[in-house]
Write a protein that binds this ligand. Structure first.
Ligand code: GLC
Ligand code: GLC
Length: 815
């Protein structure tokens, strides 16, 4: 069944009932300030770093689920309710939540009182705006009390949830303007120079800033004492749990509306301007914010600017075709998710707590692939940040903290695929922008300026790291793990709770990865081309040799007869072979090897993909391996720790499904490529929401595989490499509009039944309006291309860079 629908014109997903099978969220914010916002107004916000600078508190895995957010309680006469449904689960006469591009709007009605809440983060300012409109739709006058509620986090979200012996004594606030302006200033007295602001643009009848006073010690969010008493207590928090609540009284005649604007902001002062007077914080930045967003009209203008911003962004790639599920995903939601993954990496979602993981080295490089066409300048800056955390020998911290941009060792280092993803990210950036200049930027190693060298040297160290770290078969050593974080071949952990990623109890030094070999061969041609085009002929020749030799090694030692092997373990035993009891065939090495075009010449590529289809495919996507591991294998690590069908143990790990899609296009099998695309695409499962459970507008990391009791159920939506890779697969390989070093290649690979489509693509300061005609009904092959009416030799559109719009007409078929 469906819980909503796509409003394509508005680019919104409209949720029509609040009790979705899981909270369905949206992200507010574009650059520095972010909010997670669920369809019942749950969630939290932070400035830059979900761990270190969290403004509001959120309890993960709560009961009931998704408790805590920005809440508004209504008291309409004696009738008390929450218009976002949660936390009171109020019966509503109507309800709707529209998640749009960077904003959400919840609208509901009860007993003739209509409520709407529009929530967003304006461009360039560090705050959430919540514009509330109350309308009296009844025939009688109404006296309405509105109580706002947010709970402050004491900044460091990890300490906030653990260090209570300190926390309960440090909370501090200030209150001004009779209570309409509430400031949270915990730790400002010492080393912090920032505070949070929770303000409303109208005079208030009262306020509360102490949680216990507002709620009552033994009450939940669903029964705040102050609301039930109809009166705020003007409490000023001292220690314990500081909150912000305004009490506003409104008289509404029949038909009358009132708008309120709430601002939840982050404010920072220079160290020498922290105080207005002893003990009183300098409010200048807060005043500036409130001056700017002090009226409903100002809020509307800011929202309109945000919409313009997204119109422009999504205008950079759009697609028209018969299949609306594909066009809305590829043209809108997939790109939107790519922006979110670029911003968040794997840090903050409803499955990532914001305290565990920062920006991943491999993840962020892959996230770039789906984002670089949107804001290339930000991709450029990100590349330099990531590269700066690389070690001098080419290896990398597995992740870094977005605020400090320093590598952190919490999940360790030594994931031997990490370095190669830097080549992948940089190549994508250069193809999109033509900016070879980035290669000459000086970038530190391990954040140490004295070790800085050109970005090109970083790429070389990445490349060489693989060349110099090979095992007995000449395949790359796997280290802690490769792309599959859970294939921990040197770990051998017997201790409960020990990290599979940082522990290594058995380093024979011989465990090897066929996947890393394939990633190396995949990136090889780009690295070689980069060398050639920057006058590094000798390096290009050396690299070409290394890539050719790795290809031979894969053919000699990475092939199992009907598919590519996955790895060799620390004893030199095969993984992903028909000789194994479980885990006989894995998706990753097969998808990637064919993406790297290994075996296109000798039939192995086709054999491998046929085996994938035969052994791994299901109606909800391709599972990671088969058979699932039935028991824990000391020599394999976390992959075998999951119950069969979940996560890396034979779950449908969506991230690598598009690798198979792309691989299928290499074989020219457009019908099959499109089938693998649609199976994991959430819009195609919208009416299956009871089983799938997660948002129908975004990809999830995993869908339970066929071995799991909950086959088809999705988990871990939003922050997954699936977003970037599916966007690459649909835009560049199925629709086939692909940036290459010489321009924009047109190389579609589509189902026979798809008779055509059109794409508008902005590329290096020109716009290409591309129409593809497949009345011939082929899967692949371009017969003719005309550019502005003139036949083109080949299928690469040159980067015209003239700021103009160009008409491109493509006819598919045999030459
Ligand atoms: C998670 C990680 C990613 C890894 C994948 C497979 O999505 O973020 O880095 O490649 O799991 O283990
Ligand atoms: C676990 C997860 C994996 C994730 C990793 C991150 O191993 O199963 O998906 O990438 O943690 O450290």
């Amino acid at each position: 069944m469906q819980y909503g629908y796509f409003d394509d014109d508005a680019r919104e997903y409209v949720i029509t009932r609040p009790d979705t099978p899981y909270p369905w969220i949206n992200y507010l914010g574009s650059e520095d300030f972010y909010g997670l916002f669920s369809n019942t107004s749950g969630g939290y916000c932070f400035y830059r770093d979900a761990r270190l600078l969290r403004l509001t508190r959120y309890r993960y895995n709560n009961v009931p689920t998704d408790s805590g957010g920005r809440y508004f309680y209504i008291r309409d006469g004696g009738d008390i309710w929450t218009p976002s449904w949660m936390p009171m689960k109020s019966a509503l006469d109507s309800y709707e939540c529209r998640h749009g591009m960077g904003y959400s709007r919840i609208s509901s009605v009860r007993s003739g009182l209509a409520f709407s809440q529009t929530s967003f983060v304006p461009l360039k300012d560090n705050c959430e705006i919540h514009k509330i409109v109350l309308t009296n739709e009844s025939k009688a006058d109404k006296d309405v009390d509105v109580f706002s509620f947010i709970e402050f986090c004491l900044w460091n979200a990890n300490d906030d949830m653990t260090n209570f012996q300190r926390n309960f004594s440090i909370g501090e606030v200030e209150v001004e303007e009779g209570g309409s302006r509430i400031y949270h200033k915990t730790e400002y007295r010492e080393r912090r120079n920032h505070y949070a602001l929770w303000a409303v643009n109208v005079p208030v009848a009262g306020f509360d800033t102490d949680r216990q006073t507002f709620l009552g010690l033994y009450n939940g969010f669903n029964h705040p004492d102050a609301v039930f008493a109809g009166k705020a207590n003007n409490s000023v928090a001292s220690g314990w749990a500081p909150i912000g609540s305004h009490h506003i009284k409104a008289h509404l005649k029949p038909g009358e509306s009132k708008a309120l604007v709430f601002v939840l902001g982050y404010c920072e002062n220079p160290d020498d301007k922290k105080w207005a007077s002893p003990g009183v914080i300098n409010k200048a930045p807060a005043n500036a914010l409130l001056e700017k967003y002090g009226s409903p009209e100002a809020a509307d203008r800011a929202l309109a600017a945000l919409k313009d911003y997204w119109d422009a962004l999504l205008g950079r790639f759009s697609v028209e075709a018969e299949d609306k599920r594909m066009t809305r995903m590829a043209g809108v939601w997939n790109q939107y998710q790519c922006m979110v993954t670029f911003n968040m990496s794997r840090s903050a979602s409803y499955f990532e707590s914001g305290i565990g993981r920062g920006m991943g080295f491999r993840d962020s490089n892959q996230d770039l692939l789906g984002f670089v066409h949107l804001v290339p300048e930000r991709a450029r800056a990100r590349i330099l940040d990531i590269a700066a955390t690389q070690f001098p020998d080419g290896s990398a911290y597995h992740q870094y903290q977005p605020l400090t941009k320093r590598g952190n060792n919490e999940v360790g280092s030594g994931f031997n695929d990490d370095p190669l993803w830097l080549i992948c990210g940089v190549a994508a950036y250069i193809k999109e922008t033509g900016d070879f200049g980035i290669l000459e930027e000086k970038v530190p190693f391990d954040n140490r300026e004295e070790l800085a060298d050109s970005l090109f040297i970083h790429l070389k160290r990445s490349f060489d790291y693989t060349v110099t770290h090979t095992g007995p078969h000449g395949l790359p050593l796997i280290g802690r793990a490769d792309w599959n974080d859970c294939l921990n071949l040197n770990c051998f952990s017997k201790t409960p709770g020990e990290s599979f990623q940082t522990t290594a109890n058995f380093e024979s030094g011989i465990a090897e990865s066929v996947l890393i070999a394939a990633i190396f061969v995949f990136n090889g041609p780009d690295y070689i081309e980069i060398c050639r085009r920057t006058g590094r002929a000798e390096e290009a020749a050396y690299a070409a040799k290394a890539v050719a030799s790795m290809t031979e090694t894969i053919k000699a030692h990475g092939w199992d007869g009907n598919w590519f092997l996955r790895a060799y373990d620390a004893y030199g035993h095969k993984i992903g072979s028909h000789e194994c009891e479980d885990g006989q065939i894995y998706i990753e090495s097969n998808g990637f090897a064919v993406m790297a075009e290994i075996g296109l010449d000798d039939g192995r590529a086709q054999k491998a993909l046929d085996s994938v289809k035969d052994k791994l495919d299901t109606k909800y996507g391709i599972v990671l391996q088969q058979p699932a591991y039935k028991e824990y294998h000391l020599e394999l690590g976390e992959v075998s720790s999951y119950p069969p069908g979940y996560k890396e143990n034979a779950g449908i790990f969506c991230h690598n499904n598009p690798w198979v899609t792309i691989a299928e296009t290499k074989l020219g099998r457009g019908t099959r490529a499109f089938e693998t695309y649609t199976k994991i695409c959430p819009a195609y499962r919208e009416d299956d929401s009871d089983l799938r459970r997660l948002e129908p507008y975004v990809y999830a990391q995993m869908v339970a595989g066929k071995d799991a009791p909950r086959f088809g159920e999705a988990k871990n939506s939003w922050l997954t490499g699936t977003a970037a890779w599916t966007f690459v697969s649909i835009s560049q390989y199925i629709l086939g509009v692909r940036p290459v070093f010489d321009g924009l290649l047109i190389d579609p690979c589509i189902p026979v039944a798809m008779k055509g489509f059109s794409v508008i693509r902005h590329f290096q300061n020109a716009v290409y309006r591309i129409t593809v005609n497949n009345s011939a009904g082929v899967e692949k092959g371009v017969k003719t291309v005309t550019l502005d009416g003139k036949p083109l030799d080949g299928a690469v559109l040159p980067a015209l860079g003239d700021g103009k719009t160009h008409e491109v007409s493509v006819v598919m078929g045999l030459k």
